[in-house]
Write a protein that binds this ligand. Sequence first.
Ligand SMILES: [Cu+2]
Length: 122
Amino acid sequence: MKNKLFQIFALSMAFMLASSLVSFKNKTPKTIKTEFTVYGCCGDCKERIENALDTKGVQFATWDKETQILSIVYKTKLLSEEKIHQIIASVGHDTDKVKAEDSVYNALPGCCQYRGGKKCAH
Ligand SMILES: [Cu+2]
């Protein structure tokens, strides 16, 4: 009888532990690290992209012109991934989700106009 009670006790403890772990996992973390494609071509593009992301809520951001991949760590309280895509598009760089306005894109220096698979002139 005692043994059975102990079994029930142990089982319910295990269940509580498991469910608390699940709810812990579902909580939004304070910071998120993510990577996505941002189109650009040269060191000037890199500076433009990274400067645009030098903003509140971004802990770390680096763009690789060879792979066109942006790696970013941001605070979920202050930013969302959508917002980050918009910030980048607002300085003329297309992402895999948000395209820059043509007027903003056309205002980029000619050597930085990367659309159509063009390589930067420098
Ligand atoms: Cu460029």
